[in-house]
Design a protein around this ligand. Structure first.
Ligand SMILES: [Cu+2]
Length: 174
């Protein structure tokens, strides 16, 4: 920052330099608006905090950056008014949970039906009540295929409760 300011002071008097000045100001503002530092991959001893907020009916952020093989401490926060979940997995995992939860939609009065899918299709699932937060330590696969985030509380996936996972290199800006 100091370098930019000093160079601005030096060229302020020159009208020709105005486009440069504006460009530098825009660049400086853009740099200031980055809220988080470049991604430094989490380790089992120092997991990286990753927040996922569920709303009615979307995820924030809509794209989650992860480094393959890193360990993250997921903080899933339900800021919505109804129960939501975070299912992390590929397409078949999302399909399996969608089918399993649809099968027990609108159950008769009584205990909440237990929902499950075959272990190979389970992925990672975190269910969070309205206003609650659930933390989970998770090691991202080292050689992952495409992964999605979805909520399969009946009707939510169809309402657009889906988010993408973007795999990034260490040091990349989130
Ligand atoms: Cu949901």
């Amino acid at each position: 920052m100091r370098t930019v300011r000093n160079s601005l002071a030096g060229i302020r008097a020159s009208a020709v330099a105005m486009p440069v000045l504006v460009g530098l100001l825009v660049a400086a503002c853009a740099a200031d608006s980055v809220a988080t530092p470049p991604i430094s991959p989490g380790t089992p001893g120092h997991p990286r905090d990753v927040n996922i907020i569920t709303k009615d009916y979307s995820f924030l952020p809509s794209e989650v950056d992860l480094v393959p093989g890193e360990t993250v401490l997921l903080h899933v926060i339900n800021g919505g008014l109804v129960v939501h979940e975070v299912v992390i997995g590929d397409g078949p995992v999302q399909d399996a949970w969608e089918a399993a939860e649809a099968a027990v939609a609108n159950p008769p009065p009584g205990p909440t039906p237990f929902v499950s899918v075959p272990p190979a299709l389970a992925g990672l699932r975190i269910v969070v009540e309205s206003g609650q937060r659930v933390d989970l330590l998770w090691t991202v696969p080292g050689d992952p295929g495409p992964l999605l985030i979805g909520c399969h509380i009946p009707g939510h996936w169809a309402k657009g409760m889906q988010a993408a996972i973007r795999f990034v290199r260490p040091g990349m800006l989130p």
